[in-house]
Each structure stands twice: as structure tokens, then as C-alpha cells.
Design a protein around this ligand. Structure first.
Ligand code: SF4
Length: 356
């Protein structure tokens, strides 16, 4: 609600027919309204040029169109772009465009802040504010797509829900958003180009399996040692590796999909051959691939990246076990856009200065 008006994007699109009927218009106008909101990403009823001015006026008396407003854009030396968005209630979130080879990946947020408190993550320092609504998740992608076309003359090829927040603690809205991304009434993307990344919420993975999702699942594993994992990811005390194994097996049986494990390579924490052996053992449960991510230090967080030498021995060990391993250089570190660095620092600082 804003000035007693309803955010039209929060309504189920099925309700557009009733709204249009109430305005005394023909039902096909509901389809046009849907197209403006979900395909053409209109920010104002005035943009809806094929609707009569009377209808636009009636709509704008009762509704407003919520969308994440871009408040800043930063480009890294490696061309990664970080975008800060301000939402209708002044909340801040971030999304990132990561160019790599012929891919343009959009990394988007699912919550404002995060409640899970992973020890290596800057977002965790913000605490949790609220879940994003489906359109706020979807519209980040729509806005990012516009920037990708302007800056790279190309469309977004892949989407990862790996920005701020734990998507499986906001599963219903995330599912609706992915549905808009993949339907022909929305962006029409292939689900195989979308990856949901979770810290390992067991009930959420079970739900994904039961829903037989067609998009990809990535799990931020970071170590296959249960006790050590609890030390850096407090959620592991409730979602431990023994239960996680069972639900991964179930997910694979239901969907037939291969799971990706994300592994931040942390000096003195998970960078030895014993750690690699534990990881290889864990990976036996179902077909998988491993993304080893080079860690980017975050101010005030005590972890450091593992050495190049340890990294190559680690990777060699896993490859000798016939595992698929990719090394991911975290991009955008100079603008705090890399993995685990999203915390809206610049925008929050501006807000604090304005309060003074
Ligand atoms: S790593 Fe992901 S799940 Fe963990 S605190 Fe950060 S945003 Fe939340």
C-alpha cells in the first residue's frame, strides 16, 4: 500500500480480468495490462499507450506499479557490473551482471539481507529485513536485462539466485518469480539457464524435488566436514550434512538433475588434501560438479583465500577421482560485487549521511 493505493504487481495476474471488468472495459484489455506489466516492464500507467487515457486514469487512481528502482551502477575492471536497487519501502538490494566468455550471467537477490549468518559473507552483516516479493525478484532481472543490452549489446544468458538472501527461505515467491522468467508471458527463458543456490535448507530442497523443478540446484557446501561446516554456516546445526546427503539423493531421484557444489577455497580452513578426500566422498551420493570459488576478502571478516599451489593440488586430487571441477574466479572484487561481498555498502553509507 502507498497513499492508499495497491501495488498492482502484488496481485495475481488472474485478478486483472476482474479489475478491467470493474473499469467497464473489454476482457482483452486484461491481456494488454499483463503484457505491459510483465513483458514490457512498464513503470507507469501512462506508458501503456494502447490503453485509453480513461482506463489509465482509473487504474492509477486505485493502483501504483512497484518496481526496484536503480540507485547506483558500478563497473569493475573486469567489466562486472553491480546494480543497487531501492524498493518501494526504501529497502536496498543488489544484483550483478557477470560477463564471462560468451555468457552474461545475472546474479539476483531473493531477500533483503539474510538471516543465516554465514561467517564469510558480507550480506550476513546486514541481518534479515524481509523476503522479496515475486515481482521484486523478477523485475531485478528485467532491469538487469535492459542494462545488459545497453552495455554489452547482448541479452542475459544465465540467471543465478545467488545474491542477497537464502532463496529456499522464500520459496513460494522465488518459485513464482522463476515461473515468470520461464513462461512465454514473461521472459521465456529456458529453466536450464536458471540456478537456485542454497546454503542447504533441507525442507526447501525436498519441496523442489516434490515440485520436480526444471531449473538447476547449487548447494553452498564449502566443506564436507560436518563439525567444521557448523562453525562457518550456523544453519548446518539444523540442516546437517547427514540429512543433506539424504535429501540430495532424493532430489536426484525425483528430478534426474546433476547438483553443483559451491566451495569457497579458504586458507587454513578447507584447503588440504584431507578436505579434498572428504569432499570426494561426499560427492559419491549423486552425479555432481564442483565449482571451487576463489575467495575475495571482505573487510572485517577474518578469512583469506587459499594459495594457488594448494588450489591446484586440491583440484588435481578431485579430478583424479573423476569428478568434474571448475575453478571460478570471483569477479567484481574491486567493487564489492564478488561472491559473498554484497552488502549495499555505498547506498547504506549514503543513507546514514542523509540521516545526520
Ligand atoms: S552466504 Fe548466502 S545464505 Fe549465507 S549469509 Fe550470505 S546470503 Fe545468507
Amino acid at each position: 500500500m502507498k497513499d492508499d493505493k495497491i501495488d498492482i504487481k502484488t496481485l495475481d495476474p488472474q485478478e486483472y480480468i476482474a479489475i478491467i471488468k470493474k473499469c467497464g472495459e473489454k476482457p482483452f484489455r486484461a491481456k494488454q495490462l499483463h503484457e505491459w506489466l510483465w513483458k514490457k516492464h512498464a513503470h507507469s500507467f501512462d506508458d501503456m499507450t494502447n490503453l485509453s487515457s480513461e482506463l489509465r486514469e482509473k487504474l492509477s487512481k486505485e493502483f501504483f506499479i512497484g518496481y526496484p528502482k536503480i540507485t547506483s551502477k558500478q563497473q569493475s575492471k573486469d567489466n562486472t557490473i553491480k546494480i543497487a536497487f531501492r524498493l518501494f519501502d526504501n529497502s536496498l538490494i543488489e544484483g550483478v551482471i557477470i560477463p564471462s566468455g560468451d555468457r552474461l550471467t545475472a546474479c539476483i537477490s531473493s531477500q533483503v539481507g539474510c538471516a543465516l549468518g554465514c561467517k564469510f559473507c558480507a550480506t550476513a552483516t546486514m541481518g534479515f529485513k524481509r523476503n522479496l516479493m515475486a515481482y521484486e525478484i523478477y523485475d531485478q532481472l528485467a532491469e538487469i536485462e535492459k542494462i545488459a543490452l545497453e552495455q554489452f549489446d547482448d541479452s542475459i544468458s544465465n540467471v543465478v539466485l545467488m545474491g542477497m538472501g537464502e532463496p529456499l527461505l522464500n520459496y513460494d515467491e522465488v518459485s513464482k518469480a522463476i515461473n515468470f522468467m520461464t513462461t512465454s508471458n514473461g521472459m521465456g527463458m529456458s529453466p536450464s539457464r536458471i540456478t537456485l543456490s542454497t546454503a542447504g535448507i533441507i525442507s526447501g530442497i525436498k519441496q523442489m524435488a516434490d515440485d520436480n523443478v526444471k531449473y538447476n540446484l547449487a548447494i553452498s557446501l564449502h566443506t564436507a566436514d560436518n563439525e567444521k561446516r557448523s562453525r562457518i554456516m550456523p544453519t548446518n546445526t539444523k540442516n546437517d550434512l547427514f540429512e543433506l546427503k539424504k535429501v540430495i539423493q532424493y532430489f536426484h531421484e525425483q528430478t534426474g538433475s546433476r547438483i553443483t557444489y559451491e566451495y569457497l577455497f579458504l586458507k587454513g580452513f578447507n584447503d588440504t588434501l584431507d578436505d579434498a578426500a572428504l569432499l570426494a566422498e561426499f560427492c559419491k551420493i549423486s552425479p555432481c560438479k564442483i565449482n571451487i570459488i576463489e575467495y575475495n576478502p571482505v573487510n572485517g571478516i577474518p578469512f583469506k583465500p587459499g594459495s594457488k599451489q594448494d588450489l591446484s593440488s586440491f583440484v588435481r586430487y578431485l579430478e583424479n577421482k573423476n569428478l568434474i571441477v571448475n575453478i571460478r574466479q570471483s569477479k567484481g572484487a574491486d567493487i564489492d560485487a564478488a561472491c559473498g561481498q554484497l552488502a549495499c555498502r555505498i547506498e547504506r553509507k549514503k543513507d546514514k549521511n542523509n540521516e545526520k
